[in-house]
Structure formats: C-alpha cells, structure tokens
Ligand binder design. Structure first.
Ligand SMILES: Cc1cc2nc3c(=O)[nH]c(=O)nc-3n(C[C@H](O)[C@H](O)[C@H](O)COP(=O)(O)O)c2cc1C
Length: 386
C-alpha cells in the first residue's frame, strides 16, 4: 500500500479558531505555507473551493511555481465552466508543475450556497452531472483526435486539448457520503475521500461500502480520510492543547455571532459567516457526526469527540472528532485506519502554518515508519501463505 500524506493550503494562515486580523488574502503566506508543506514531506495539498473563496486554480499555479515535489488536489465544482475547458486548465497546471495536478470533484452539499454562483440543480442532478463532467475531462485528456459529445448535461463537437497530462492522466479525487455520491464516484473517481475520522468500527463499515461500490464498477479505488490531530510533547500537554482549542473555539464563535448580528460579512477562513450559506449544510455526513458527538467523549484509542460536541454547542461549522496525544500515540491510532485499507490521510491541526513543521518533524516520519512496518508484516504473511 502506498501512504499519501496531504495537507490543506489556504489563502491565509487561519483555522476555525482564528480571530481574524492579518490580510484576508496573504500571497506571502501562501508561498511560505506551500514551501513548508514541500519541505516537510507532505505529498499533496487540498486547495478549497466555494462560492465565496478565491480561485483555487490561481493559488495552485502559484504554489506549483514555488515548490518542487508537492502535488495538488484542487477542489473543483462542475457546473460553472465547460468540462472541456476545465480539462485544459488541469492539463496546463499539470504541465506547469511537472505532473503534480490532481482534481477533487466537489458536487456540493448546500443548494442555497451553490445558488450564490447560479447553480440551481438538485444534489441528485449535480452528482449525475459530476460523473459526466469527469468522463468528458478524461476523454479530452486522452484523445489525440477531436471528441464529440451529446450527453445529459453537456453537448459539444470536436473538442481537443493540445496539452496532455504529463503522466497520461490526472488523478480524480471525489468526496460526499450519500448513496449517490458512492454510486457515481465509483463510475469515475480514482480516490474516494471520507470527510473526517469516525470510530474504527464505523470506519470499517464505510470502507466496506466503498469497496462494494467500486467492485460493482470493476474499477480500483484508493481511500482517503481527513484526520484532525492535536499533538503535544507529552500526553498531558496534548490534552492541555485540546482544552485550549475549545476555549479558542468558544471565543471565535462569540466573535462571529457579534459580526453576524452586525451584518458584517467579515472574512474568516474563506467561508461565509451566514450559517445558511455554510458549505457543509445539507451534507449527508452531518447526522452521523451528531450521533458520534452524542456518545462518549473518548472513543477507541484516542478519538476525542469533545471538539465535535463543542462545535455543536457553539453553533460553529461542525468539526469531526480529533486524535489527541503524542505524535507516536496519534500515529499509532491512525494505523488502525491504515490497516483497514485507508492509505491517504489529510492531516490538519488548528494552527495552520506552525503545524506544518510540527507534523513534518514528529508525526509524518512516524506514520511513514509504521506504515512501512505494517506493509512488511502483510507482505511476509502473504509469502508464508503462498
Ligand atoms: C477532503 C474533502 C474536501 C472537500 N472540499 C470541499 C470544498 O472545497 N468545497 C466544498 O464546497 N465542499 C467540499 N467537500 C464536500 C464534498 O465534496 C461534497 O460535495 C459534500 O460533502 C456533499 O456530500 P454528500 O453527498 O455527503 O451530501 C469536501 C469533502 C472532502 C471529503
């Protein structure tokens, strides 16, 4: 299995507990963060998209120019530009970066938020459209002769891209946990991204469902999850840091509520403050998250639901549970997910810039060592069976 470590590259140094201040779009910081991810052994970064945030393509192209090895997972919402054009944009990023482009297909959870950019389709329609969109991009990437298409959402004649992906194709990542997300994802995506950590037994159930969906289409799949982590030099220090995160979240929530009351659409992390326009609203993972938050504070080895409970009680965007402990303890807990076949981890703390070096120094080397040891054990067992 091949471990992929991902981070999140935002257009400013911010997280859910940031209190504002500093430039809303920080070019210098984008460069610093991109270089830090590159130097600290991250494989790839996600660049977010919503109806309010800056253009992720421009950010990816800029970040590609200041890094060597870092790859990109550019969030991209079908429905706003022609897929033939998107295929050429991704092929351009891929060639500019020497084969480091990746597309994360965002079908979108919140109808009202998508309407801000003029998309009035239902979620069901959007998932069908996303699959058609990816099929078209793949045709444009691979075909050396003009392509005609007459589908449900798109129609064009003689589409052609002069530029082809460096490695023949660009990896397609896919998110969304509704049944249709799985069904359509299995038709076109290479990597399925599970939104956040859940208890090990529930995650095993999700992995089985994903494998079933992809088995039905006969396509291979890589599975990824996002892991919020809070790390300390000692376990005690990590729990102290977790308590500080809750306190900071409480203060940020109060500040945001004051801003909303004053109708001040201030910038936070590129999300709109109006809760009706939250990108996650309407997402099918919310009920499951609420049920997890309703249970025990500590699950499995060190999965802490305190942060989820707090986000619900402070009415901030809902946060998935986090792993809390020393780097060794957190990496060990992450291996329980790796062992079930999740090979991609989008790691994120609550201090965007400083955490890149902390994770690069302490967590990532341990993860890579434990994953290599796991792979060797599995390889040995297979040899003995053969
Ligand atoms: C790793 C990851 C990154 C995501 N990034 C974005 C994003 O940038 N913008 C956005 O609107 N939704 C984002 N999403 C949300 C989904 O792609 C999806 O549209 C949403 O969860 C609806 O899914 P549902 O089918 O579960 O309701 C992301 C999801 C995952 C797992």
């Amino acid at each position: 299995m091949s471990l992929e470590i991902l981070g999140v590259l935002l257009h400013r140094n911010a997280s859910e507990i940031s209190r504002g201040g500093g430039p809303a779009f920080d070019v210098e910081m984008i460069g610093k963060m991109a270089r830090a991810f590159d130097e600290n052994d991250f494989d790839r970064v996600l660049i977010l998209q919503n109806s309010y945030a800056p253009d992720p393509f421009a950010i990816a192209n800029y970040a590609a120019a200041v890094t060597q090895n870092l790859a990109f997972m550019v969030a991209h919402r079908p429905g706003f530009i022609a897929p033939t054009m998107a295929a050429r944009m991704f092929a351009t990023l891929d060639n500019l970066s020497g084969g480091r482009a990746g597309v994360h297909v965002i079908t979108g959870a919140n109808d009202t938020e998508l309407q801000c950019d003029g998309d009035f389709h239902t979620k069901e329609e959007r998932y069908h459209r996303s699959a058609e969109y990816v099929e078209i991009m793949r045709k444009v990437w691979s075909s050396s002769t003009p392509v005609d298409h007459n589908g449900t959402y798109y129609r064009f004649n003689s589409a052609l891209s002069e530029l082809k992906p460096v490695n023949g194709a660009i990896p397609v990542y896919w998110g969304g946990s509704s049944p249709l997300a799985l069904e359509k994802g299995a038709e076109v995506a290479d990597v399925y991204a599970i939104g956040g950590l859940k208890p090990v037994d529930q995650m095993a159930g999700a992995v089985a469902q994903i494998r079933d969906a992809w088995a039905r289409t006969g396509r291979p799949v890589r599975i990824q999850t996002s892991a919020r982590v809070i790390i300390g030099d000692t376990e005690e220090a990590a729990w102290k840091a977790a308590a500080d995160v809750i306190e900071a979240l409480r203060e940020t929530a109060l500040e945001q509520q004051r801003k909303i009351a004053g109708s001040d659409e201030a910038l936070s992390t590129g999300m709109r403050l109006d809760p009706r326009l939250a990108t996650t609203k309407g997402g099918s993972g919310r009920d499951e998250l609420e049920a997890i938050a309703g249970g025990k504070e500590l699950l499995d080895k060190r999965l802490w639901t305190g942060i989820t409970k707090a986000s619900i009680s402070f009415s901030t965007p809902m946060l998935p549970p986090a792993l809390v402990g020393t780097a060794e303890q957190v990496a060990d807990a992450m291996m329980d997910y790796y062992a079930m076949g999740i090979t991609g981890f989008l790691i994120r703390g609550f201090d965007l810039y400083d955490d890149i070096a902390l994770h690069g120094r302490e967590l990532i080397p341990t993860l890579r060592r434990l994953a290599a040891e796991h792979d060797a054990r599995v390889g040995q067992a297979r040899t003995q069976l053969a």
